[in-house]
Design a protein around this ligand. Structure first.
Ligand code: HEM
Length: 402
């Protein structure tokens, strides 16, 4: 990799070469400046690759959530309205209010109650592929697991979850900075379908409440000023996307990291108690969410750099998590690493609400796969990552085992 950004073609960050291994590019960016001003794809702003600098921005609430879509985009109005109602894109009091309403469903204690269901689902999924001695970790294991778990928490009937794969894939493209007019138009079309689906489900739950998150949120909405109908719809869609996308990436990226580091796989097999530190290391090493963004609400200093009011700031979590100023042997996978203060779930007021759920699902899934198989091997040398720069997302991960 060259050390001069001018030598890198402008579309490099959307190329398979970058998607296969973005880390040399991050190093280049950081070596020029950990708070770098420039353009990537069609976006201009500050690209932050230094760990301390990323923390400084995420800690400072004067850096506000980015606008979901360019303000002028009338064509994508429906999509924009839904995104605007999500806590991820809210600030201050509105953010606090929305977060508080759903946070109860994702506390460590509540997640612990899901543990038996997660374990049972993992066992069932493994049983289904066991005789074949092969599977695609993404579509046969990680995706169905994440999908069944979030469906159960939300209260989405199990048989409906198949359509969610297409829906979440379309939505994630509208949030990602690789988005194009085509993906936004597709996202708007999908929004219509998803809205019809959730409106119907909400009406069913209104008539016959169940012990699920949608029924609880409906109660809040009925009480008056805590949650509007549009925010209720936005919350369902946000949780559906969040619950599907990143957890799938965590599980598949982790398995790939183990396959590429067989001595670490061997260590985890012989010392299963390492699963907790191992998952933290997988989160650091191949962070499922690679890039998040903020807007400066006033002129703000970050180290010696001043970011002007209105400027966009892109926080490269995947780069910060491999900053050698913070992590010794940052490019090495070490499943015993401790402490491991990675930023894979973000930092500050928007810190991932689903972190306990994601950790629990990943720990159970990876442990089961590693301990119940022998001779786990990659069955393709040609892996593809989905064309997203905000997410590290394998399209498929075919493996064989005995
Ligand atoms: C490995 C899996 C996951 C990763 C790496 C991850 C990562 C993140 C990150 C980096 C943020 C912060 C975004 C920002 O500051 O702009 C975030 C926020 C969020 N995540 Fe996750 N997430 C994961 C799983 C989940 C799951 C399973 C759920 C719930 C079903 C979830 C729900 C949320 C929500 C609701 C927010 C917004 C929080 C807020 O705005 O206050 N996430 N996540």
């Amino acid at each position: 990799m060259t050390t001069n950004l001018h030598d890198i073609p402008p579309l490099y960050v959307a190329s398979q070469e970058f998607l296969q291994n973005p880390y040399p590019f991050y190093e280049t960016l950081r070596s020029i400046h950990p708070v770098y001003k420039g353009s990537l794809l069609k976006y201009h702003g500050w690209f932050i690759t230094g760990y301390e600098e990323v923390v400084a921005v995420l800690k400072d609430t004067r850096f506000q959530s980015r606008f979901p879509l360019p303000e002028a985009s009338k064509k994508y109005e429906q999509l924009k309205n839904i995104q605007s109602g999500m806590m991820l894109f809210k600030n201050q009091q509105d953010h606090k209010r929305l977060r508080l309403l759903v946070s109860q469903a994702f506390t460590r204690k509540t997640v612990e109650r899901c543990r038996p269901f997660i374990q049972e689902t993992v066992n069932d999924l493994l049983k289904q592929v066991y005789d074949n001695k092969k599977m695609d970790v993404v579509s046969d294991f990680a995706f169905p697991l994440a999908s069944l778990v979030i469906a159960k928490i939300l209260g989405v009937p199990e048989e409906d979850r198949y359509q969610f794969k297409e829906w979440t894939a379309a939505f994630i493209q509208t949030i990602d900075f690789t988005r194009s007019r085509k993906t936004l138009a597709n996202g708007t079309e999908i929004t219509r379908k998803v809205l019809i689906y959730f409106k119907e489900l909400i009406e069913k739950r209104r008539e016959e409440p169940q012990d699920d998150l949608i029924s609880r949120l409906i109660q809040e909405e009925q009480q008056g000023d805590k949650l509007s109908y549009d925010e209720l719809l936005a919350a369902c869609i946000l949780l559906m996307i969040a619950g599907h996308e990143t957890t799938v990436n965590l599980i598949s990226n982790s398995i790939l990291s183990l396959l590429q580091n067989p001595e670490q796989l061997k260590k985890l097999r012989s010392q299963p108690h390492l699963i907790e530190t191992a998952v933290e290391e997988f989160l650091r090493f191949e962070s499922p969410a690679q890039l998040i963004a903020r807007t400066a609400s006033e002129n703000i200093a970050v180290g010696e750099t001043t970011i002007q009011k209105g400027e966009q700031v892109y926080l490269l979590l995947g780069a910060a998590n491999r900053d050698s100023k913070k992590f010794m042997n940052a490019h090495m996978l070490d499943i015993t690493r401790s402490p491991n203060p990675h930023l894979a779930f973000g930092y500050g007021v928007h810190f991932c609400l689903g972190s306990s759920l994601a950790r629990t699902e990943a720990q159970i899934a990876i442990q089961a796969l590693v301990q119940n198989t022998t001779n786990l091997q990659l069955s393709s040398s040609n892996l593809h990552y989905r064309q997203l720069i905000g997410f590290r997302s394998l399209a498929e991960l075919p493996v064989t085992f005995d």
